[in-house]
Write a protein that binds this ligand. Sequence first.
Ligand code: AQP
Length: 321
Amino acid sequence: MTRLSGITPSGHVQLGNYLGALRRWAVEGGEQDLYFISDLHAMTTTHNPGKLRALAGEQLAVLIATGIPEERMFVQSDLARELGALTWVLECTASYGEAARMIQFKEKAEGRSGVRLSLLTYPVLMAADILLQGASEVPVGEDQRQHVELARALARRFNGTYGEVFTMPEAVLPKVGARVRDLADPTRKMSKSTQDKAGVVFVLDEPDLVRRKIMRAVTDAGRTPAYEPGTRPGLANLLDILAACTGRAPADLAEEHSSYGALKETVADAVIEVLRPVREGAAALLADAAELDRVRKAGAARASARGEHRLQSALRLIGAG
Ligand code: AQP
């Protein structure tokens, strides 16, 4: 069984990415599981090329520092040729209607002018990501389930029409990790691409900045901490973060603190300590361009080799070359 998970370099890696996904990938990942930085997917809306390149390198350093095995990861654009070819094969297997039905496309394109064609076709690139690597399981949230269904439909159609090449992938729900909310607006989740950075703790933020952001987190008018997610979402978010960092129950942690200030100090200490090895490890790698390049090239070579026979078979069977 091969599970494929990705992270998009749409911004700097934030605490929610780490506690909700990366940390679990490092600890719970199976031996065959694969992780990739989906930089091609960050080009479907206006983007800055230099910034995107830097963010992809930074994410690779963070993934390595998190402890995800190097041999299980790669950067998507390092396979641009293979993925470009397979995307074309799959676009020739898909119908326009299938792409246009994607809810994500309708939501993201609605009311916008100059929508990139890639916003319509990126689910086919996602199918190529999955099918090239022979992934059998793709952990995704509800919003991406339809895209994995498309990958399944295309694999089934290609295999039935031209010959057996692709493993049938299946969407699986990711194991529930911590859900981290924005510190300045706990009604929304913490996100890399949020414009207002005040409520977003980035994995590479210096400890002082992490503390400042946590001390300024929005809470409520109460004074004594209690875990009440429905009515006190800001406070519950801080307790959930502390629980994720310590492995303890949020309600117990609330009882141990007599003021919001004291709780915030404890949360800041815990977050700084949890992030310390990642921040330091990533910084060391980012200062060692040769080592980062070595890991990146090795990952690309393995990922390319893993998919080569499927790509060649698909091209041959569809009548190319
Ligand atoms: N706030 C969060 N709490 C818990 N998990 C989170 N993840 C993201 N935000 C939180 C998990 O991180 C993994 C990689 O995320 P992604 O790059 O695939 O995209 P995303 O979920 O859209 O992440 P962001 O940070 O919110 O990015 P933008 O700003 O581009 O939308 C996923 O497993 C995700 O669940």
